[in-house]
Design a protein around this ligand. Structure first.
Ligand code: PEP
Ligand code: MG
Length: 916
């Protein structure tokens, strides 16, 4: 760390005390200065300070980039500051940049705080010119190496700094190989490369309209500016919008003295992980390529060897690398990935960062590091995510199965799906109705495919990325999806798909798609249940001798999370089966029982009669039939959740769901009329359906409005709840019912319903002789409810935020319409980073939640607060609900473990919520 308190301010030895410092030597930075030095620069500095062999260099700060981007010019002091650091570098290396007889060469690399696509690639070998290439040849004693380095510089510089089409260089290189009748670049000799240099320079001149610069400092400055400019490429800007990375961070630039992996067989370059990123196990993982430079290892131009083979190639470097890897792991206390180069037997570290890993490895590594004493339990919680846990909970294809992979696309929505290939929605629906499992295969999907997507087990497209229509809609439905599998040629007209190698998949052939890896297989691949789900279900025990290592790790991390979390986690469940599963998964109650689900199927007709009843007698008749059915539902729920709170929401149906389809009914009546045998009942029904038809059912007669206009409906439900609770009490049970009123917009609605509910509950107490303590509360799911939460809290003992409806009404979106129609465009344009139906919109919907929490608690300090919209199971949103001080989140049973984990993570990072 620099001695200055403020790292932005130069010390007296630099450009003058008090002035902003724009350039940091690698010895001056550290890993915590990522904002200023970018990820790469901060880690290079950290390794330098650890005494690891990092080629000397310096980093130009993001502040310099910001000034350049704001004003169009680099900061006035930058040129001199870079000059001073370059001089120091030259003094240390004993040679100057581009020196004719023995040139110092440098690389220029971009390095923002977050790595992002679209930023400038590295330019290596800066400092080479027509003159210094001769010096390099003499110094290295290797003509071929010198000319190869020079042609690489012109190629990389031409492409990335001067904007010349890279293919032109590739084509010329290919032509040189063909002319020489060789297949790999290493077989080109010095003379060939020299000719190639001439050709490359010609390409630059023609395409960029200028000569390739021969002045080394000019090369370096142009490359630095190109890095700055690359911050604003379209790709980088779009990525930042989508990932919500601020546009004003800027990028740092790293200037590093070159070391060479292409100096012959005793040189090379490689990548390595300090442990296996797939399993977390310690060992030797990585790839090495002899006599190669830069991106050659990952570019796949020649076959690499496993890192373990380096031991026999260069034992000394190998041993040193192993020691360095251990140092890095112990220092970063995590899996690191690294890039290194060996120059004539001397090992150099070019990069390190905390490495990416699979979901399973994340859990294993976190617990391994706890066991090694490197991190504590709180830190282990931060090393895993709910998204990773969710991934581990999907069923997956059996690894042992023999498979025939025919392609690979983007893993757009996780899961493993098997079914018969169909190429249009109509067939998907028709076949699935006859009991077939189908995979809907399209080039891309559009809103017309919606029903087919619902009918299919999974969706496969050959075009589009993670934000394509198929991907967005499938994720919303929780349906497996692989998209953008471009190598698969989909011909919807001929109902077939052709895979590379000519494999043809006709309609009806079975395919299997893996939405977690993007892989597509021919035939049926057996699916195995997730061991993590088996564990949550109680069918696998973490402590058993043969327990899966992964399950044991998940078990431990979940225990830490449960210990520290403040948020309780409840389930959205409407029947005993879901309630029991939720309980096994750790639910601490039911936060939302949607009673309308209890009225579908056989009972739909009873509700239809209730809604259409003309007389009190007819209405009472249907209510009388419904009451015992409802009561039985509630008894089962209270039994499953004995001792835990169960929030029952009174009926909130979109009305049309309970009425016959208007078109179908109209056709029936019209046909009957034309035959002259119209049925009186149908005619009456049609009239009523027309009367009740709504243009916008979402904003129509639903929720509390329905309870207020259909006499007796809510009364029947409250009675069923109260009687069920009394019966459970008599059976020595411990029912904890809570009555919830949906879609309230004003306290007056709530008061009317509440008075009636209190009356019914008192009546049931009276007749049964059982004392009942039923809390009565409301959902907050309309902007007006949130805005008048202080008043509403007068009549509510609890609030449960219905963030599904709140999102719809705050944005003015009808979810069913907008997700399928224009969300793709919004996501692609970066208007959303993620759908507001997936992750809470903190600034809009979230701000209403925040203020309603405050106002509600101001009125009633012991007001219980929860959320039961789908956001209750979304990792990012759980953190928000923790922050605003809710008491619980409620989500679908399957997401309960994710919510528990994220609630734990939120509690262990936050310094306390802002309301408690
Ligand atoms: C909500 O609106 O968030 C909610 C839970 O209710 P529903 O999704 O049933 O409308
Ligand atoms: Mg709702």
């Amino acid at each position: 760390m620099s001695e200055n308190k403020d790292p932005h301010v130069a010390g007296s030895g630099d450009s003058g005390a008090g002035e902003v410092k724009f350039v940091y030597d690698f010895t001056e930075g550290n890993k915590d200065l990522k904002d200023l030095l970018g990820g790469k620069g901060a880690n290079l500095a950290e390794m330098t300070n650890l005494g690891l062999p990092v080629p000397p260099g310096f980093t130009i700060t993001t502040e310099a980039c910001k000034t350049y981007l704001d004003s169009g010019e680099e900061p006035a002091a930058l040129r001199d500051e870079v000059g001073a650091h370059l001089q120091a570098l030259e003094a240390g290396m004993g040679k100057t940049l581009g020196q004719a007889d023995d040139p110092l060469l440098v690389s220029v690399r971009s390095g923002a705080k977050f790595s992002m696509p679209g930023m400038m690639d590295t330019v290596l070998n800066i400092g080479l010119s027509d003159k210094s290439v001769q010096g390099l040849a003499r110094q290295s004693g290797d003509d071929r190496f010198a000319w190869d380095s020079y042609r690489r510089l012109i190629q990389m510089f031409g492409k990335t700094v001067l904007g010349v089409d890279g293919e032109l260089f590739e084509d010329a290189l290919e032509a040189a190989k063909v002319a020489k009748k060789v297949s790999v670049d290493t077989e080109l000799e010095a003379a060939d490369l020299k000719k190639l240099v001439t050709k490359f320079k010609r390409i630059v001149k023609t395409e960029a309209g200028r000569d390739f610069p021969q002045d080394p400092r000019e090369q370096m400055d142009l490359a630095i500016h190109a890095v700055f400019d690359s911050w604003n490429t379209d790709r980088a800007k779009l990525y930042r919008r989508q990932e919500r990375i601020p546009h004003d961070l800027g990028t740092a630039v790293n200037v590093c003295s070159m070391v060479f992996g292409n100096l012959g067989p005793d040189s090379g370059t490689g990548v390595a992980f300090t442990r296996d990123p797939a399993s977390g196990h310690q060992g030797v993982y990585g790839d090495y390529l002899q006599n190669a430079q830069g991106e050659d290892v990952v570019a796949g131009i020649r076959n690499t060897v496993a890192l373990a083979e380096l031991e026999s190639i260069d034992k000394k470097s190998y041993d040193q690398l192993m020691r360095i890897m251990e140092t890095l792991e112990n220092h970063y206390k995590d899996l690191c990935d690294i890039e290194f180069t060996i120059e004539r037997g001397q090992l150099w570290m070019l990069q390190t960062r905390v490495g990416k890993r699979t979901a399973g490895a994340a859990f294993r590594i976190a617990t391994q590091l706890v066991d090694q004493g490197l991190i504590d339990e709180a830190e282990a919680l931060q090393r895993v995510t709910g998204a990773q846990l969710a991934q581990l909970m999907f069923p997956r294809f059996d690894d042992q199965a023999k498979v025939e992979q025919i392609g690979r696309g983007i893993a757009a929505s996780p899961g493993a799906a098997v079914g018969k290939a169909v190429f249009d929605s109509y067939t998907a629906i028709k076949w699935s109705r006859s009991g077939e499992k189908v995979i809907l295969i399209r080039r891309e999907t559009n809103p017309d495919d919606l029903d087919g997507m619902i009918a299919a087990e999974g969706i496969l497209t050959s075009r589009g990325g993670k934000t394509s229509h198929a991907a967005v809609v499938a994720r919303g439905m929780g349906k497996t999806c692989v998209c953008g599998a471009e190598e698969l040629e989909v011909d919807t007209k001929r109902r077939r798909m052709t895979a590379p190698g000519g494999v043809v998949i006709e309609e009806g052939d079975v395919v299997s798609i893996d939405g977690s890896t993007g892989k597509v297989y021919l035939g049926e691949v057996p699916v195995v249940p997730s061991p993590v789900v088996e564990y949550f279900e109680g069918r696998m025990h973490a402590g058993a001798d043969d327990a899966d290592e992964l399950v044991a790790a998940v078990h431990r991390i979940m225990a830490y999370a449960d210990r520290v979390r403040r948020l309780r986690v409840r389930a959205n469940a409407d029947n005993a089966e879901d309630a029991l599963r939720a309980r096994r998964f750790g639910a601490q109650g039911i936060g939302l029982c949607r009673t309308e689900h209890m009225f579908l199927g056989d009972r739909r007709e009873l509700v239809e009669r209730l809604i259409l009843a003309d007389t009190d007698a007819e209405r009472e008749e249907s209510l009388k039939e419904l009451l015992p059915l409802q009561k039985r539902d509630f008894i089962e729920l209270f039994e499953a959740m004995d001792g835990l709170p169960v929030t029952i929401r009174l009926l909130d149906p979109p009305l049309h769901e309970f009425l016959p389809d208007v078109t179908e009914l109209s056709v029936r009546v019209a046909l009957a009329e034309s035959r002259g045998d119209a049925n009186e009942n149908d005619l009456r029904l049609l009239q009523a359906v027309h009367r009740l038809h709504e243009q916008n059912p979402m904003l129509g007669l639903r929720g509390v409005r329905l309870g207020l206009v259909i006499p007796g409906l809510f009364t029947m439900q409250v009675r069923a709840i109260a009687e069920a609770a009394a019966e459970r009490r008599n059976a020595k049970g411990d029912p904890r019912a809570e009555v919830m009123i949906p879609l309230v917009g004003t306290v007056q609605e709530l008061e009317i319903v509440r008075d009636e509910a209190d009356r019914v509950i008192a009546e049931v107490q009276e007749t049964t002789g059982v004392e009942l303590k039923l809390a009565i509360g409301t959902m907050i799911e309309l902007p007006r409810a949130a805005l008048t939460a202080g008043q509403i809290a007068e009549a509510a003992e609890f609030f449960s935020f219905g963030t599904n409806d709140l999102t719809q009404t705050v944005w003015g979106f009808s979810r069913d319409d907008v997700e399928a129609s224009f969300f793709t465009a919004y996501l692609e344009k970066g208007i959303f980073g993620v759908s507001p139906f997936e992750t809470i919109d903190r600034d809009g919907v979230g701000s209403l939640v925040r203020s309603a929490v405050k106002a509600g608690r101001a009125t009633r300090p012991d007001l219980k607060l929860g959320v039961c919209g789908e956001h209750g199971g979304d990792p990012e949103s759980v953190h928000f609900f923790h922050e605003v001080g809710l008491d619980y989140v409620s989500c679908s049973p399957f997401r309960i473990p994710v919510a528990r984990l994220e609630a734990g993570r939120a509690a262990s990072t936050s310094k306390g919520s802002d309301h408690r």
